[in-house]
Design a protein around this ligand. Structure first.
Ligand code: GLU
Length: 386
């Protein structure tokens, strides 16, 4: 495959996996980091803004503290992250400084992207850093993250950051050079895919079931990241970081998988809704509602067949087609208990059941982000045929 210029992109988020930056025995891989920073500096010199999402805090802290390979308790991995993060950020800052660049550390907690007010705040800070010409070095705030309240993997965190910042490209540097038709470690006949136009259920099936031991994320979370990115109009590249100058390598024509951004991306406020990592509930709707939603209408209670999850008014819910495929995410106008009571009812019947004058939509169209528009036209076409 021929090379691809990264220079045409305006704002690139680069995510680096722990295994690339940290050697269990010797600690930080300085030489590799320096080579990546050379690549970053050359993009910045070209006028491209670069954001870095760097993993490696826990792995590096483990090595510095001599904790070996044993499984860590939550408070131990939080402590390891505290030790590792300061060393990691220091190394980034030194290497970028060597190339005449400034940097700033941003540590995010799940709520910083999932709650609207905090999302806007994080976006403003990172935007200001970029304006000031500093390279944001971002990681999850692992010292306070617990298993219930965490991103858990930096793939989705990076996708959330890339889309929050209106970036046009997300690069995941990984221990694998891209997407194969099956996990290549399990299937020697697996074929490499240089280009993915749209992340369909068939593409998702290629990722295999579980994450590999090496990376917390594995291919599944990379495709989740891809869905967040491409829905919001951000292209994504997965490539191997296991070589020096991994970004120059992309331009040189080394192997990578490119995921095209959606041709009808969600915008602005809806980017925040579409990328929500954990919807609080699910609404399964009928075929008529699917059609109405893709025509840009609100989701009315009459079209809702099944309500699941324990959500409050204003929470994000996933909207599923009758076949169980996610077609949209939106902010729900009712608590779960009321949503269950009015599902399937006509607008005129709702007030009597609830005992108060309600708004008619279950999810108003202004609060609804469609996930797969191209699929929709197929769906509607099929319906028309049959
Ligand atoms: N935030 C974790 C760390 O820096 C890494 C998460 C991941 O591997 O995706 O150690």
């Amino acid at each position: 495959m021929s090379g691809s210029s990264l220079r045409k992109y305006r704002r690139i988020t680069v995510k680096i996996g722990s295994a690339l930056l940290v050697d269990r025995a010797t600690g930080l891989k300085r030489e590799w980091l320096a080579s990546l920073v050379d690549d970053v500096a050359s993009l910045v010199a070209n006028g491209t803004e670069v954001l870095v999402v760097s993993s490696g805090a826990i792995a590096l802290g483990r090595t510095i503290l001599g904790l070996g390979r044993r499984t860590l308790k939550l408070e131990e991995s939080q402590a390891a992250a505290a030790v590792g993060q300061i060393a990691l950020a220091g190394a980034w800052s030194e290497e970028l400084h060597r190339k005449g660049l400034k940097s700033g550390q941003i540590l995010l907690t799940l709520g910083d992207t999932e709650e609207r007010r905090r999302y806007l705040n994080a976006r403003a800070t990172i935007g200001t850093l970029l304006k000031m010409g500093a390279v944001p070095i971002i990681n999850e705030n692992d010292t306070v993250a617990t298993s219930e309240i965490r991103y858990g993997d930096n793939d989705r965190l990076a996708a959330r950051v890339a889309t929050m910042m209106g970036g046009d490209l997300l690069v995941l540097l990984s221990d694998i050079d891209g997407l194969y038709t099956a996990p290549p470690a399990l299937d020697p006949k697996a074929k490499f895919l240089p280009l993915v136009d749209r992340i369909t259920p068939e593409i998702e099936a290629m990722a295999g079931a579980a994450a590999s031991e090496l990376s917390r994320g594995g291919m599944r979370t990379k495709l989740d990241a891809g869905k967040i990115a491409t829905t919001a109009g951000t292209a994504m590249i997965i490539t191997s970081g296991a070589r020096q100058n991994p970004l120059t390598a992309i331009e040189r024509g080394e192997r990578f998988t490119l995921f095209h951004p959606s041709r009808t991306p969600v915008k602005g406020y809806k980017t925040w809704i579409a990328g929500q990592l954990e919807p609080a509930g699910r609404l399964t709707v009928d075929a008529g509602a699917v059609r109405a939603l893709f025509q840009g209408k609100s989701l009315l209670p009459a079209g809702v067949k099944l309500v699941s999850g324990n959500f409050s008014r204003g929470d994000t819910v996933a909207v599923l087609s009758p076949e169980g495929r996610e077609i949209a995410r939106g902010l729900v106008a009712y608590d779960a208990a009321d949503a269950v009571r009015i599902a399937g009812l006509k607008t005129a019947e709702i007030d009597a059941v609830l005992g108060y004058e309600a708004r008619s939509a279950m999810v108003h169209r202004d609060d609804l982000a469609m996930s797969a528009r191209e699929e929709a036209s197929e769906h509607v076409a099929e319906e028309a045929k049959g």
